[in-house]
Design a protein around this ligand. Sequence first.
Ligand SMILES: O=C(O)CCC(=O)C(=O)O
Ligand SMILES: [Fe+2]
Length: 298
Amino acid sequence: MTKLPEITKTFAPYGAEVRGVDFSKPSPEVTATLKTMLAQHHVLVSRGHPTPNDDDISNFFEGFGELSERTAEVQAHYRRLSKLVPEYLENGANKVGTRFMLSNVEEDGKKLGGLGNRELQWHNDQADLPRLKTISCLEAIDFEAGAGNTFYCDMYAALETMPADLRKQLDGIFGLHDSKRYKSNDGATHDEAPSAVHPVALAHPETGRKCLYVNESFTSGIKGMSAEQSAKLLEKLYAFAYRPEFIYEHQWETGDIVIWDNVGLQHMRNALDPTKRRTMRVFQGVSEALSMPGALAA
Ligand SMILES: O=C(O)CCC(=O)C(=O)O
Ligand SMILES: [Fe+2]
């Protein structure tokens, strides 16, 4: 019988440490258990396990849905991104479909991964694509204490605790998302950016629970509203949502594998401390469902 993972510790205001995830042995029971845990805890931290290899972790996530990195949209997205941030794909196998690395470390004149020490504002990964990426995952390959943590914000809680008059304004409206605001290292913008339209109050495709789905990195406006109206509403929503009681700060340790619900949670990081090493392996996770019928055509 498959041994099922267990929660060994919970964090505040959410997040949990999970023991017993063998990434080399995917099984439907393990996937189902982790999905239930994610619905409850949102962020799962696997700590103190052997580092899985790339193939194992890909097989493991395949149990959850279509691997995001294998979808045509994501491959096109990373091809564009690699023009902007070439080192993003330079982790030994400079092609789409392998692991991406994020790093502020340079060895022998070669960057170990992308993004350097750059700050990242609140976002859902790939919110600028029509297919929702339901799960995201990062592994700390080399993390020096104090290099820079990752922060998560619970957008289910944000939607559910919002004043009723503000919440009501969100019914039936749609956010416009693209990565034009994503800047390259030299400040150039992302002109060929893809775009997507998603409901502002968006239901998680599997649980049906609704969350607030606009974010300060990708959301350029609200469909059908003037720039001024959109900016005003978005500002109000962000002021409500990005507040301390909804935020979990993940304090990384080398070897941590963190899996999170990338629909109901947003994440960000501050600019990193350039004097401290930080290298993360990015697992693209899975992106299976469209946020609404017709989203691909949007
Ligand atoms: O480095 C981090 O803490 C987060 C990275 C991230 O959010 C991203 O690459 O999309
Ligand atoms: Fe991200």
